[in-house]
Design a protein around this ligand. Structure first.
Ligand code: PLP
Length: 223
């Protein structure tokens, strides 16, 4: 496993996708998803020039955070968070990508001592197994989130089905982009909706074509 080579390849591919899409340089942040490796391998990866770290599970996040908290990283929790675990983790989280209920938002608001940047997770594909708000629910939900002063809704996050065809992916990503633009145009105070978290190792180039600003990439770093 040549971490430097993998990192260089991922970053070059992201830059390439940004250029192809005629988007500004540095308009996409690369979150390295380190769930496949331990803290020491994560440390090696950081040395290659990584600054955003993502974990999908609370226990793994905390394990990495303990070891690496002095490295000046930006910390992303990208997976489902149970309400009872909010208090254990929320104060180490810079970005939470999987806000999927108002009750969870209220618990975060209660426990956080800083403003947590959150993505609303939206189940754009409509897959039953996926978490997240249905597209039709999102607008009505905003009212309930408006007065939570420790939550900033920076954007929306979506996950495509693993077996999606290229056409389905395009459709999901385009729908997500349209929704983000619509929500951003509402100009709600604590909800800039300026970002989109979508794209993983298999589909990040396409996600960038469709406006993604945070790609969550795991396996491409660790092959
Ligand atoms: C694992 C994971 C990723 C990264 O997936 P890869 O296919 O390994 O790039 C992205 N987002 C979430 C929520 C994940 O759990």
């Amino acid at each position: 496993m040549d971490l430097q080579k993998n990192k260089d390849q991922v970053f070059a591919a992201v830059e390439n996708a940004i250029r192809t899409a005629n988007r500004p340089e540095n308009s996409v942040s690369i979150v390295a998803v380190t769930k496949y490796v331990d803290s020491s391998t994560t440390k090696e990866l950081i040395k290659t020039g990584i600054s955003h770290i993502g974990e999908n599970r609370v226990d793994k996040f905390l394990e990495k955070y303990q070891e690496l908290k002095d490295e000046g990283l930006t910390w992303h929790l990208i997976g489902t968070l149970q309400r009872r675990k909010v208090k254990d983790i929320i104060n180490y989280v810079d970005y939470f990508h999987a806000l999927d209920s108002v009750k969870l938002a209220e618990e975060i608001n209660k426990r956080a001592t800083h403003i947590v940047k959150c993505f609303l997770q939206v189940n754009v594909s409509g897959e039953e197994s996926k978490h997240g708000f249905a597209i039709e629910e999102v607008e009505a939900t905003l009212k309930s989130l408006e007065n939570l002063e420790r939550i900033q809704i920076v954007g929306i996050m979506t996950m495509a089905p693993i077996d999606a065809s290229e056409d389905e992916l395009k459709n999901i990503f385009q729908t997500t982009h349209n929704l983000q633009q619509k929500l951003q145009s509402k100009q709600i105070a604590n909800m800039p909706f300026s970002d989109i978290s979508m794209g993983m190792s298999q589909d990040y180039a396409l996600a960038i074509q469709h406006g993604s600003t945070f790609v969550r990439i795991g396996s491409s770093f660790f092959k």
